[in-house]
Design a protein around this ligand. Sequence first.
Ligand code: S0N
Length: 278
Amino acid sequence: MPTEWTPVKSYSDIRYEKCAEGIAKITINRPEKRNAFRPETVAQLFEAFSDAREDQRVGVVLLTGAGPHTDGKYAFCAGGDQSVRGPAGYVGGDGVPRLNVLDLQKLIRSMPKVVIALVAGYAIGGGHVLHLVCDLTIAADNGIFGQVGPKMGSFDGGFGASYLARIVGQKKAREIWFLCRQYDAQQALDMGLVNAVVPIADLEEEGIKWGREIMQQSPLAIRCLKSAFNADVDGQSGLQELAGNATLLYYMSEEAREFHQAQREKRPPDASKFPWLP
Ligand code: S0N
């Protein structure tokens, strides 16, 4: 069945759509720049991801790049837009130097929905880190992956370095950053950087197929698993996320309801109703 996408809102730098099956699709739409992001792009991505997070019907978000460009080339994202990079960082239309892409990375990682990167063509620099922080990555057979920071005056020492090393191992992560090579989709698959490689023509359909399978699973189980995977890596903020889910599950229990209601009704709670499980 072909998927019918409904636009959610019109943006200058991205497309944001949803389908009836609970899958949202966010497309970076700057193919003339290999989908590089400027401050406005990041702000729009943040707004769209926040909306997908809030929408209780949405369980899966596909993140992809518009293409091909008129020269026939594809890109997922080529990182920060170098044409707006000034001495103090990336400058938006308001003249303020900031990109806030790290906030976007954190949102993608912590939102309790599954984010799948669909990579056709280049995933380079900050664009490579964007696919990295997604829960899953499906690459087209023309996918090209790599970091460029040390050769153009930039680096991502956050998730871009440490989380990359968790995924591909310390030696490979150092190779990726220190040599700034490009890797094809098969090499990315071999090093565990992506989950699958499919023909370019099948990329979106494959993402939808994975999304449909995920939508059949238990939302709370997926939510707790995502925060558990994060907790292993993210220190105190990872524990906070996992603990937040424990609190959510507790709120949903009869036991929490009894203690809350007793406080509201100014009566002692009936603790005897609840077992001290072994
Ligand atoms: C992607 C590459 C390899 C593609 O090469 P190809 O196919 O030969 O295309 P080009 O002719 O080079 O490009 C086609 C057109 O697209 C424009 N373009 C491409 N990339 C960018 C870009 N990043 N910014 C602006 N424009 C871009 C070209 O200029 C060209 O346009 P025309 O035809 O008009 O000349 C190749 O394009 C490439 O290597 N691109 C540059 C990659 C790059 O340097 N990316 C930036 C890396 N740095 C970051 O992403 C910053 C990370 C970051 O934001 C961050 C991270 C952690 C902490 C803080 C920060 C922070 O800075 O805030």
